[in-house]
Design a protein around this ligand. Sequence first.
Ligand code: GDP
Ligand code: IMO
Ligand code: MG
Length: 430
Amino acid sequence: MTKIDVLLGLQWGDEGKGKIVDVLTPDYDVIARFQGGPNAGHTLEFNGMKHVLHIIPSGIFHKEKLNLIGNGVLIEPCIFRQEIMDLEAKGVDATQNLYVSQKAHLILPSHRMMDAANEQAKGNSKIGSTLKGIGPAYTDKIARCGLRVGDTMASDFRERYELLKEQHVRQAMTLGFDVAAFRIDGLSLEEYEQKWMESLATLKRFRFVASEYFVNRCLQEGKRVLAEGAQAMMLDIDFGTYPFVTSSNTITAGVCTGLGVAPSTIGKVMGITKAYCTRVGAGPFPTELFDETGRRLCELGHEYGATTGRPRRCGWIDLPALRYACMINGVTELYVTKPDVMNDFDEVKMCVEYEVEGKRTSEIPFEYNTLPITPVLNSYEGWCQSLEGITAYENLPAKLKNYMGEIERQTGVRIAAVSISPDRKDVLFK
Ligand code: GDP
Ligand code: IMO
Ligand code: MG
């Protein structure tokens, strides 16, 4: 029996997970998403083309590989259909190599409305949700009233849908939300619902599977399975910067519940981090830069959300958060992306500890959201050169390798590879 390897983000998302999964896919037989939904935006670049995936695993461009949407994932049928159409336009027919768990929950149009209603009700303490309906759909899953992919085949599906929708409309009205004025992509709830129902036909073209049996059978047959995380450690519902988090377990433990595999089947855990740090949406971010350096990271790194287009907040790499991520996830190797964004920086910094209420700590305090946290920064000389054309890790500038060595020392985890451009070909293994 083989083990299932895991790849996940160690910061606040957008570390380059999609890109690294695409690069590693040739080593695997199956790529499986285990949590999250269309709040994710995973970018892949190769042959001069750029592709953004939201629900579909990042192995989809390798047509001989199987891709699985696990039970822990949320599917919004309209977004799913659009993604399938975008792939078809690029000549990729996913019907042959994409399987969907019967137990994956559905995001209804009214879940998206509830997301907007909840955010509006929060006033100044908004999460900055992507408004894809993630929180409300996971809420219904836990409240035991959600609808699952397999339920679409049941004769009473429409009745159950209507009951759930009515419940959402009542809740939204209680929150003082204007249901009649609500729009998704310019469509009213009823208009979007029509499109949503039609999109179910696209979903039904795919093989619905008992993904827990499917994955375990694959492992028993000696197939290699890679679990692809969405969002990231610091957005985890339990260990992230709650309440400024997403609504799923984004961590290694989420692989077990999101795919139906035992903890003892977990193999390598590959953690992805940028050489600096970004965050989209609200919530604490101790190393955030509000100055010219922060603006340069945003512009040079093209730090705009792949799902919402919002500018990402930028700052220095945060080692206390990274060490926490390595601990919670059992990270066995690191992948560092985007050092090339800092090629022109004379100086690069790293937060090695926090100062909270006059005391230094290397742990994430419970009061992360409420107490001012001052990052303790170490400074390093920049490498001040382009990385273009470098094809081997050992040929990277010495100062960059020194910076990478410092990340290894600070986390106690080895770096397996460094990515130096958005393109598939620019990942340098150590
Ligand atoms: P994900 O959500 O973790 O898959 O990451 P996103 O796709 O949302 O964001 C990562 C962004 O960085 C994308 O635009 C990628 O094309 C880009 N990217 C990934 N790796 C690198 C890299 O090594 N260098 C540069 N400059 N861009 C990268
Ligand atoms: P990938 O997989 C970055 C953030 C949102 C918001 C919070 C909650 O591309 O790394 P939600 O829609 O889940 O209710 O939003 O989480 N967020 C992400 N930030 N990358 C993502 O996914 C994210 N998915 C959600 O901005 O702050
Ligand atoms: Mg992303």
